[in-house]
Ligand binder design. Structure first.
Ligand code: GDP
Ligand code: CA
Length: 313
């Protein structure tokens, strides 16, 4: 199968909103999305893939619009019942969401690979962009706390509320994983590469750890990123607690420094217009836009701007 013209690296909510804008300015069939699986884990024996599901639900128009993750019109009867029976209930799994995890787990147990199951689920949801898990292998991100303990990423983020006692992020599982079938082909064959506004450490950084991926992007050095940091702060999530662990400043300039060897350009927010010159001095083209995706028209404009920056006239 020939590669699709556009390939994007993605985490969860920020990426999903951006990609929902993108598929309104280009045909969804033109897009392959390589999605972080470092956040994946089992709950109650079920395989849960938070970033794949967030992107899939969003592109399907099924996402809870307020949260940006989970399914719209969700109920939590199953989780509530599990809690009363003594089960863990800190990870919010809705009833409709659980149906996806049940089916995914069944197919994986039957021997299907995660990329195949993802394609089946996307077809069932009517998602025409190609969603590729970054790997089908174990790739769990671990957070090393200041007391030396290693915590599963969801436990750090959701159960513990993302405290600031992070000493390091352990991406060694991703570094030992093989890219899923289609991932290298999509990255190699695309004429446009995009890095979605996602956590540079635990979403994009995980994908870049996969053998061969960073080297491929560095060789091309034509990707365009969108900064997930606006005015020195993440829109949501723990990027401000994790960027310092990789020695990066929490700013669009810090993101630019992390991406400079991979990217030809970076879209930054209007609030960060003052950083355009220092970022250009790193050798990147810069586009200053509204990047807080409060609605789909902002996401569409942002996606259009990223495409223009990727292919300057
Ligand atoms: P997840 O949603 O937690 O799985 O992880 P992601 O890595 O995809 O998303 C979190 C990152 O997306 C954070 O660093 C946010 O700042 C960024 N983000 C979320 N929404 C937006 C937005 O509307 N605009 C921009 N520029 N970044 C965003
Ligand atoms: Ca995530």
């Amino acid at each position: 199968m020939p590669a699709r013209p556009i390939a994007a690296l993605a985490g969860g909510v920020g990426a999903a909103r951006f990609l929902a804008g993108l598929v309104r300015v280009v045909p969804p069939e033109d897009l392959s999305v390589i999605v972080n699986t470092g956040d994946d884990r089992d709950f109650f024996g079920l395989r849960v893939c938070p970033d794949l599901d967030t992107v899939m639900y969003t592109l399907a128009g099924e996402v809870d619009p307020d949260q940006g993750w989970g399914r719209r019109g969700e109920s939590f009867h199953c989780l509530e019942s599990l809690r009363r029976l003594g089960g863990d209930s800190w990870f919010r799994l809705g009833d409709r969401d659980l149906a996806v995890h049940v089916l995914r787990t069944q197919r994986l147990r039957q021997g299907a690979r995660l990329d195949e199951v993802t394609a089946e689920l996307c077809a069932a949801f009517g998602v025409r962009a190609q969603l590729l898990p970054m790997t089908c292998d174990p790739s769990a991100t671990l957070v090393v706390r200041q007391d030396g303990t290693r915590t599963d990423f969801q436990e750090y983020l959701v159960r513990d509320g993302a405290p600031d006692d992070v000493a390091a992020v352990d991406l060694s599982a991703a570094a030992a994983a093989t890219p899923a079938p289609g991932v290298m082909e999509a990255l190699e064959g695309a004429s446009t590469l995009l890095i979605c506004p996602s956590n540079p450490v635990v979403s994009i950084g995980t994908i870049l750890q996969l053998p061969g991926v960073r080297a491929l992007l560095e060789r091309r050095r034509d990707a365009v990123g969108v900064s997930p940091i606006i005015g020195g702060r993440p829109v949501k999530g723990p990027a401000d607690r994790l960027l310092p662990c990789v020695g990066a400043e929490v700013s669009a300039l810090g993101v630019a420094r992390l991406y400079r060897d991979l990217c030809a350009g970076l879209v930054i927010d209007r609030a960060d217009a003052g950083l355009a010159t220092p970022i250009e001095e790193l050798g990147l083209r810069v586009r200053v836009e509204e990047t807080l995706m409060r609605d789909s028209s902002v996401a569409m404009r942002l996606a259009g701007a990223a495409l223009e920056l990727a292919s300057p006239a």
